[in-house]
Design a protein around this ligand. Structure first.
Ligand code: AMP
Ligand code: MG
Length: 335
């Protein structure tokens, strides 16, 4: 079978530039870092901006070494290889947060999706549409109930394996906000492959404007949100995919089928103060689709959502009124 891999377009939710005052307090330091297979940009303002960004870079590399399941000796690699391992407090905390999202979304988000991701080749880059028997075997190992966190010991059973790829970047952006604060920074922003989290306001006192990428024309934007102290995290089928026999297969798997989710959406952006949960929810609501995702939002607090359907329609939850701006037509989802 010949597989052709389409170069996935860069996931770029661009942070719209604004002009800050050029005072000592607004001294900017920024840096590009490559980790977790992702281009990251870190930017901080103020007297301590350089040391804060450098500390954040060290934290990124430390967490990448813990969470990367493909890296020998990482926490997740040990859990997957040995079934149980004593891990760092970050890994146990992230696994617990991830399990909460699994539970709340009734398994639309499932961190035991690893064997299915592997079978499709999303982890190795050797893409293939799996045969039914192999997929059934891998699917038998997918079950969030096979994961247990006891203090700093994380265990999996019956061949289950963890993949934190749907939530790790949100945990990381939230950690960077903490590192910025601990280093005396009050204003800063990070973009981890297009997933943005902002600390405070811009140095000129205005909010950060974060553009939301158009899933169909990835060098265009469907609109922007104005935020402070929030994460804006997007999941989209356009971010990583391959083509086979005229079909497109993307990297967000519906744990009820083992196939890339076909929920009618092309992207979901979550806007929330809680970066890790926002990341888990972006993946989960992409799997759920517009109707279930809207109901989920109605039943929960602490976040807002922008849905873009496969037809390019935009739906925005009503907490974003005055926050989301667009020249396109869009529908507001009410509680
Ligand atoms: P995101 O870009 O945050 O939507 O995360 C996508 C990544 O999450 C994939 O590359 C997989 O590593 C992982 N993943 C895919 N499908 C699921 C799922 N249903 N639940 C949890 N993680 C998933
Ligand atoms: Mg996610």
């Amino acid at each position: 079978m010949k597989i052709s891999y389409l170069l996935a377009p860069l996931i770029c939710v661009i942070v719209l530039a604004g002009c800050g005052r050029n005072t000592a307090d607004s001294a900017e330091f920024s840096k590009a870092v490559f980790a977790m297979d992702t281009e990251m940009t870190l930017k901080a303002y103020g007297a301590n901006s350089e040391s804060a960004v450098n500390a954040a870079e060290r934290e990124i590399n430390r967490l990448d070494r813990l969470f990367d399941r493909g890296r020998d000796g990482s926490d997740i690699n040990k859990v997957n290889a040995e079934g149980t391992a004593k891990v760092s407090s970050d890994t146990s905390a992230l696994t617990e947060t991830a399990l909460d999202v699994c539970e709340a979304t009734d398994g639309a988000f499932d961190i035991t999706i690893a064997p299915v991701m592997d079978l499709w080749g999303f982890y190795t880059g050797e893409y293939q549409v799996p045969d039914d028997d192999e997929l059934a075997k891998a699917m038998a190992k997918v079950d969030r109930a096979k994961v247990n966190v006891d203090g700093e010991v994380v265990s999996v059973k019956d061949g289950a394996k963890l993949d934190l790829g749907g939530i790790a970047k949100g945990y990381l952006s939230a950690r960077i906000m903490e590192i910025f604060r601990e280093n005396g920074v009050e204003s800063g922003i990070v973009s981890l492959g297009g997933n943005v989290q902002a600390l405070g306001l811009k140095p000129d006192g205005s909010k950060w404007r974060v553009a939301i990428q158009d899933p169909r024309e990835t060098d265009m934007f469907i609109g922007s949100v104005s935020i402070s102290d929030k994460a804006v995290i997007t999941s989209g089928g356009y971010q990583r995919y391959f083509e086979d026999g005229g079909n497109i297969y993307h990297h967000i798997i519906d744990p009820s089928t083992g196939y890339p989710a076909e929920s009618g959406l092309s992207s979901v952006s979550i806007i929330s103060e809680d970066g890790a949960t926002a990341d888990g929810l972006s993946t989960a609501l992409f799997v759920m689709g517009l109707d279930k995702g809207s109901d989920f939002w109605r039943a929960h607090n602490g976040f807002d959502v922008i849905f873009v359907t496969g037809d390019g329609e935009i739906y925005v939850t009503d907490g974003l009124s005055g926050v989301f701006e667009s020249e396109r037509k869009y529908t507001v989802i009410k509680r």
